[in-house]
Design a protein around this ligand. Structure first.
Ligand code: IPE
Ligand code: IPE
Ligand code: MG
Length: 245
Protein backbone atom coordinates (compact mmCIF):
# COMPACT_ATOMS: atom_id res chain seq x y z
CA UNK A 1 0.00 0.00 0.00
CA UNK A 2 1.20 3.47 -0.82
CA UNK A 3 -0.05 6.69 0.70
CA UNK A 4 -1.37 7.08 4.21
CA UNK A 5 -3.83 9.91 4.37
CA UNK A 6 -5.25 11.74 7.34
CA UNK A 7 -8.42 12.30 5.33
CA UNK A 8 -10.22 9.97 3.00
CA UNK A 9 -10.63 11.20 -0.58
CA UNK A 10 -14.23 12.07 -1.59
CA UNK A 11 -14.06 9.28 -4.21
CA UNK A 12 -13.13 6.62 -1.65
CA UNK A 13 -15.72 8.01 0.74
CA UNK A 14 -18.40 7.67 -1.92
CA UNK A 15 -17.43 4.03 -2.58
CA UNK A 16 -17.06 2.73 0.95
CA UNK A 17 -17.25 -1.01 1.52
CA UNK A 18 -20.40 -2.00 3.39
CA UNK A 19 -18.54 -4.63 5.41
CA UNK A 20 -14.87 -4.48 6.45
CA UNK A 21 -13.28 -7.51 8.14
CA UNK A 22 -9.86 -7.33 9.81
CA UNK A 23 -7.33 -9.99 10.83
CA UNK A 24 -5.65 -8.03 13.61
CA UNK A 25 -2.17 -9.56 13.56
CA UNK A 26 1.28 -8.57 14.77
CA UNK A 27 0.80 -7.68 18.45
CA UNK A 28 3.55 -10.06 19.56
CA UNK A 29 6.07 -8.76 17.02
CA UNK A 30 5.26 -5.17 17.96
CA UNK A 31 6.08 -5.99 21.59
CA UNK A 32 9.23 -7.92 20.68
CA UNK A 33 10.56 -4.96 18.68
CA UNK A 34 10.25 -2.92 21.89
CA UNK A 35 11.68 -5.62 24.17
CA UNK A 36 8.31 -5.81 25.94
CA UNK A 37 6.29 -8.89 26.97
CA UNK A 38 3.80 -10.08 24.31
CA UNK A 39 0.83 -8.99 26.41
CA UNK A 40 1.97 -5.36 26.11
CA UNK A 41 1.43 -5.82 22.39
CA UNK A 42 -2.09 -7.02 23.07
CA UNK A 43 -2.72 -3.99 25.29
CA UNK A 44 -1.60 -1.66 22.49
CA UNK A 45 -3.62 -3.73 19.99
CA UNK A 46 -6.77 -3.27 22.06
CA UNK A 47 -6.25 0.49 21.74
CA UNK A 48 -6.02 0.14 17.94
CA UNK A 49 -9.30 -1.79 17.99
CA UNK A 50 -10.94 1.01 19.98
CA UNK A 51 -9.71 3.65 17.52
CA UNK A 52 -10.68 1.66 14.41
CA UNK A 53 -14.17 0.82 15.72
CA UNK A 54 -14.81 4.50 16.33
CA UNK A 55 -13.37 5.52 12.96
CA UNK A 56 -15.45 2.92 11.09
CA UNK A 57 -18.62 4.20 12.75
CA UNK A 58 -17.77 7.81 11.93
CA UNK A 59 -17.13 6.95 8.29
CA UNK A 60 -20.52 5.25 7.98
CA UNK A 61 -19.26 1.70 7.42
CA UNK A 62 -22.18 -0.64 8.24
CA UNK A 63 -20.34 -3.79 9.41
CA UNK A 64 -16.91 -4.21 10.97
CA UNK A 65 -15.79 -7.75 11.82
CA UNK A 66 -12.69 -8.07 14.00
CA UNK A 67 -10.83 -11.38 14.30
CA UNK A 68 -9.90 -11.11 17.96
CA UNK A 69 -9.36 -14.76 18.95
CA UNK A 70 -9.25 -17.89 16.81
CA UNK A 71 -10.03 -21.48 17.85
CA UNK A 72 -6.32 -22.15 17.27
CA UNK A 73 -5.38 -19.35 19.68
CA UNK A 74 -6.59 -21.61 22.56
CA UNK A 75 -3.24 -23.39 22.05
CA UNK A 76 -1.29 -20.36 23.30
CA UNK A 77 0.11 -20.25 26.87
CA UNK A 78 -2.58 -19.80 29.52
CA UNK A 79 -1.12 -16.46 30.71
CA UNK A 80 -1.46 -15.03 27.21
CA UNK A 81 -5.03 -16.32 26.76
CA UNK A 82 -5.95 -14.91 30.19
CA UNK A 83 -4.48 -11.54 29.27
CA UNK A 84 -6.45 -11.44 26.00
CA UNK A 85 -9.68 -12.25 27.89
CA UNK A 86 -8.84 -9.57 30.45
CA UNK A 87 -8.42 -6.91 27.75
CA UNK A 88 -11.69 -7.97 26.14
CA UNK A 89 -13.60 -7.61 29.41
CA UNK A 90 -11.87 -4.29 30.11
CA UNK A 91 -12.90 -3.04 26.67
CA UNK A 92 -16.53 -4.07 27.18
CA UNK A 93 -16.67 -2.55 30.67
CA UNK A 94 -15.16 0.79 29.71
CA UNK A 95 -16.43 1.28 26.15
CA UNK A 96 -20.01 -0.02 26.03
CA UNK A 97 -21.53 3.35 26.99
CA UNK A 98 -19.39 5.08 24.37
CA UNK A 99 -20.44 2.50 21.76
CA UNK A 100 -24.05 3.13 22.77
CA UNK A 101 -23.64 6.90 22.30
CA UNK A 102 -22.25 6.17 18.84
CA UNK A 103 -25.24 3.98 17.91
CA UNK A 104 -23.07 0.81 17.58
CA UNK A 105 -24.64 -2.65 17.73
CA UNK A 106 -22.62 -5.68 18.86
CA UNK A 107 -22.69 -9.25 17.56
CA UNK A 108 -20.33 -12.14 18.24
CA UNK A 109 -19.40 -15.11 16.06
CA UNK A 110 -17.54 -18.24 17.13
CA UNK A 111 -17.71 -20.95 19.77
CA UNK A 112 -18.76 -18.49 22.45
CA UNK A 113 -19.58 -21.27 24.94
CA UNK A 114 -15.81 -21.98 25.21
CA UNK A 115 -15.10 -18.50 26.60
CA UNK A 116 -14.83 -18.04 30.40
CA UNK A 117 -18.23 -17.41 32.07
CA UNK A 118 -17.38 -13.83 33.05
CA UNK A 119 -16.45 -12.99 29.45
CA UNK A 120 -19.73 -14.47 28.22
CA UNK A 121 -21.64 -12.44 30.84
CA UNK A 122 -20.02 -9.18 29.75
CA UNK A 123 -20.66 -9.97 26.09
CA UNK A 124 -24.34 -10.69 26.80
CA UNK A 125 -24.72 -7.47 28.81
CA UNK A 126 -23.07 -5.34 26.15
CA UNK A 127 -25.08 -6.95 23.34
CA UNK A 128 -28.31 -6.33 25.25
CA UNK A 129 -27.38 -2.68 25.94
CA UNK A 130 -26.55 -2.09 22.28
CA UNK A 131 -29.28 -4.24 20.72
CA UNK A 132 -31.55 -1.40 19.57
CA UNK A 133 -28.80 0.56 17.82
CA UNK A 134 -28.71 0.77 14.04
CA UNK A 135 -25.41 2.44 13.16
CA UNK A 136 -22.26 0.36 12.82
CA UNK A 137 -22.64 -3.36 13.57
CA UNK A 138 -19.45 -4.48 15.31
CA UNK A 139 -18.95 -8.23 14.89
CA UNK A 140 -16.38 -9.76 17.23
CA UNK A 141 -14.98 -13.10 16.09
CA UNK A 142 -14.08 -14.89 19.33
CA UNK A 143 -13.03 -18.50 19.63
CA UNK A 144 -13.79 -18.41 15.91
CA UNK A 145 -12.73 -20.90 13.25
CA UNK A 146 -13.97 -20.94 9.68
CA UNK A 147 -13.87 -24.71 9.32
CA UNK A 148 -15.64 -25.18 12.65
CA UNK A 149 -18.33 -22.77 11.48
CA UNK A 150 -18.85 -24.77 8.27
CA UNK A 151 -19.00 -28.08 10.18
CA UNK A 152 -21.51 -26.56 12.64
CA UNK A 153 -23.65 -25.44 9.67
CA UNK A 154 -23.53 -28.93 8.17
CA UNK A 155 -24.59 -30.45 11.48
CA UNK A 156 -27.49 -28.02 11.80
CA UNK A 157 -28.69 -28.73 8.24
CA UNK A 158 -28.35 -32.49 8.79
CA UNK A 159 -30.65 -32.20 11.82
CA UNK A 160 -33.25 -30.34 9.74
CA UNK A 161 -33.06 -33.00 7.05
CA UNK A 162 -33.40 -35.78 9.62
CA UNK A 163 -36.45 -34.06 11.10
CA UNK A 164 -37.97 -33.85 7.63
CA UNK A 165 -37.94 -30.04 7.54
CA UNK A 166 -35.47 -29.71 4.66
CA UNK A 167 -35.34 -31.77 1.47
CA UNK A 168 -31.66 -32.34 0.46
CA UNK A 169 -32.61 -31.20 -3.04
CA UNK A 170 -33.49 -27.78 -1.58
CA UNK A 171 -30.05 -27.13 -0.03
CA UNK A 172 -28.74 -24.11 -1.95
CA UNK A 173 -25.90 -21.66 -1.22
CA UNK A 174 -28.52 -19.36 0.33
CA UNK A 175 -29.85 -22.13 2.60
CA UNK A 176 -26.31 -23.04 3.62
CA UNK A 177 -25.41 -19.43 4.42
CA UNK A 178 -28.49 -19.20 6.64
CA UNK A 179 -26.92 -21.84 8.91
CA UNK A 180 -23.58 -20.05 9.35
CA UNK A 181 -22.85 -17.86 12.41
CA UNK A 182 -23.02 -14.94 9.99
CA UNK A 183 -26.56 -15.64 8.73
CA UNK A 184 -27.62 -12.05 9.47
CA UNK A 185 -24.45 -10.38 8.13
CA UNK A 186 -23.57 -9.64 4.48
CA UNK A 187 -20.26 -11.04 3.16
CA UNK A 188 -17.23 -8.78 3.70
CA UNK A 189 -16.35 -6.46 0.79
CA UNK A 190 -12.86 -5.79 2.12
CA UNK A 191 -10.59 -8.01 4.23
CA UNK A 192 -7.55 -6.33 5.78
CA UNK A 193 -4.69 -8.34 7.29
CA UNK A 194 -2.00 -6.52 9.21
CA UNK A 195 1.65 -7.53 9.78
CA UNK A 196 2.30 -8.78 6.25
CA UNK A 197 1.24 -12.41 6.60
CA UNK A 198 -0.21 -13.69 3.30
CA UNK A 199 -2.72 -16.15 4.72
CA UNK A 200 -6.32 -16.36 5.83
CA UNK A 201 -5.73 -18.29 9.10
CA UNK A 202 -9.16 -19.96 9.16
CA UNK A 203 -11.13 -16.70 9.00
CA UNK A 204 -14.55 -16.47 7.29
CA UNK A 205 -13.67 -19.16 4.72
CA UNK A 206 -17.11 -19.32 3.12
CA UNK A 207 -17.83 -15.59 3.29
CA UNK A 208 -14.66 -14.22 1.61
CA UNK A 209 -15.00 -15.98 -1.75
CA UNK A 210 -15.21 -12.60 -3.57
CA UNK A 211 -13.83 -10.27 -0.93
CA UNK A 212 -11.03 -7.83 -1.84
CA UNK A 213 -7.88 -8.58 0.17
CA UNK A 214 -5.54 -5.88 1.43
CA UNK A 215 -2.41 -6.97 3.31
CA UNK A 216 -0.40 -4.26 5.02
CA UNK A 217 3.04 -4.59 6.62
CA UNK A 218 1.86 -2.40 9.51
CA UNK A 219 1.66 -4.30 12.79
CA UNK A 220 -1.79 -4.14 14.39
CA UNK A 221 -0.81 -1.88 17.33
CA UNK A 222 0.41 0.69 14.75
CA UNK A 223 -2.75 0.41 12.62
CA UNK A 224 -4.75 3.58 13.22
CA UNK A 225 -6.92 5.98 11.18
CA UNK A 226 -4.34 6.83 8.45
CA UNK A 227 -3.74 3.11 7.82
CA UNK A 228 -7.49 2.43 7.68
CA UNK A 229 -7.84 5.27 5.20
CA UNK A 230 -5.11 3.90 2.94
CA UNK A 231 -6.76 0.46 2.96
CA UNK A 232 -10.04 2.12 1.94
CA UNK A 233 -8.25 4.05 -0.82
CA UNK A 234 -6.75 0.77 -2.05
CA UNK A 235 -10.21 -0.86 -2.01
CA UNK A 236 -11.58 2.06 -4.01
CA UNK A 237 -8.91 1.47 -6.69
CA UNK A 238 -9.92 -2.18 -7.12
CA UNK A 239 -12.30 -3.29 -9.85
CA UNK A 240 -14.55 -6.03 -8.61
CA UNK A 241 -15.71 -8.32 -11.40
CA UNK A 242 -17.31 -11.26 -9.52
CA UNK A 243 -16.18 -13.62 -12.28
CA UNK A 244 -17.92 -11.61 -15.03
CA UNK A 245 -16.38 -9.18 -17.54
C1 IPE B 1 -2.64 -10.90 16.96
O1 IPE B 1 -1.29 -10.75 17.29
C2 IPE B 1 -3.51 -11.11 18.18
C3 IPE B 1 -4.06 -12.47 18.27
C4 IPE B 1 -3.87 -13.43 17.42
C5 IPE B 1 -4.89 -12.76 19.43
P1 IPE B 1 -0.34 -11.99 17.54
O2 IPE B 1 -0.36 -12.32 18.99
O3 IPE B 1 -0.66 -13.12 16.64
O4 IPE B 1 1.07 -11.35 17.17
P2 IPE B 1 2.26 -12.00 16.36
O5 IPE B 1 1.70 -12.60 15.11
O6 IPE B 1 2.87 -13.02 17.26
O7 IPE B 1 3.17 -10.86 16.08
C1 IPE C 1 -4.94 -14.85 13.26
O1 IPE C 1 -3.69 -14.54 13.76
C2 IPE C 1 -5.95 -14.86 14.38
C3 IPE C 1 -6.31 -13.56 14.92
C4 IPE C 1 -5.87 -12.41 14.48
C5 IPE C 1 -7.23 -13.58 16.04
P1 IPE C 1 -2.66 -15.67 14.22
O2 IPE C 1 -1.41 -14.98 14.59
O3 IPE C 1 -3.29 -16.51 15.27
O4 IPE C 1 -2.50 -16.55 12.91
P2 IPE C 1 -1.25 -17.29 12.32
O5 IPE C 1 -0.70 -18.15 13.41
O6 IPE C 1 -0.29 -16.23 11.89
O7 IPE C 1 -1.78 -18.05 11.15
MG1 MG D 1 -0.01 -13.64 14.80
Amino acid sequence: MSTQTAHLSPEAKAALPQHVAIIMDGNGRWARQRHLPRIEGHRAGAESARVIIRAAGELGIKYLTLYAFSVENWNRPKEEVDALMKYLVHYLKTETSELNKNNVRLEVIGQIYRLPENVQDHLRKSMATLSRNNGLTLVMALSYGGRTEIVDAVRSIAKEVKAGRIDPADITEQVFAQHLYTYAIPDPDLLIRTSGEMRVSNFLLWQISYTELVVTQTLWPDFRKPQLHSALEEYHRRHRRFGAL
